[in-house]
Design a binder for this molecule. Structure first.
Ligand SMILES: Cc1cc2nc3c(=O)[nH]c(=O)nc-3n(C[C@H](O)[C@H](O)[C@H](O)COP(=O)(O)OP(=O)(O)OC[C@H]3O[C@@H](n4cnc5c(N)ncnc54)[C@H](O)[C@@H]3O)c2cc1C
Length: 175
């Protein structure tokens, strides 16, 4: 059974597609994304928009997996009705890209928890304890807003746990 998209990567590698893939990232997150995406496409380019920030071992691995590194800054992204077509770089060169990936920072969709005083982690997730309770007593959170492992399985697990804990607390109060 395929657990989720990320866990399925080694399986998907048998279904490799030849889409020209561009990863807009650098450093640790760029290297991580490149390793995952290299299972999906034979044409992966890391667009670092500046000096590539990898150590020697990472450079070696990227080379071994034929991942191109382009440091030239991006001037323009050309698309047709929202479908990416090519990247135009500041030096006038161009690269055809079919599929873009980017490493974007996580932000909360709703600011209600923050306005209620709930703390966030460094990565922007709501800080919860092992029972999914935030730093504000009586406010619980679960799913994507609390965890970098974004999957239905995790959302269901943490939602189930939250429901059980909240139910237990309510019963305790009433009984
Ligand atoms: C493109 C894409 C593909 C994915 N593919 C997979 C996959 O293959 N397998 C997998 O396991 N996971 C996948 N995921 C991740 C998965 O969808 C999420 O991890 C999961 O839906 C998280 O559930 P959640 O309940 O925490 O959040 P959500 O599903 O985002 O639900 C939050 C809900 O809260 C609502 N909401 C937000 N703010 C407010 C407000 N102020 N008032 C009222 N309602 C509000 C939103 O409208 C939304 O309905 C994918 C996600 C994306 C975006």
């Amino acid at each position: 059974m395929l657990g989720n998209f990320c866990n399925s990567l080694p399986v998907l590698s048998r279904l490799r597609i030849s889409k020209k893939t561009g990863i807009f990232a650098n450093g640790a997150s760029g290297f991580h994304l490149a390793s995952l995406i290299s299972y999906l496409s034979d044409h992966v380019a890391l667009l670092t928009s500046g000096k590539a920030d990898f150590n020697e071992e990472q450079f070696e691995k990227l080379k071994k997996h034929y991942i191109e590194i382009i440091e030239t800054s991006i001037k323009e992204i050309e698309h047709k009705k929202g479908n990416i077509e090519k990247i135009i770089f500041s030096d006038g060169t161009e690269k055809k890209i079919d599929t873009p990936y980017a490493s974007l920072p996580f932000t909360q969709h709703s600011d209600i928890p923050i306005s209620l005083g709930c703390e966030l982690t460094e990565l922007g997730h709501l800080k919860v304890n092992q029972f999914q309770e935030t730093n504000i007593s009586g406010i619980f959170a679960c799913g994507d807003n609390t965890n970098m492992l974004r999957s239905v399985a995790n959302a269901v697990y943490s939602g189930n746990l939250t429901g059980a804990v909240v139910n237990g607390k309510l019963v305790e109060e009433e009984f």
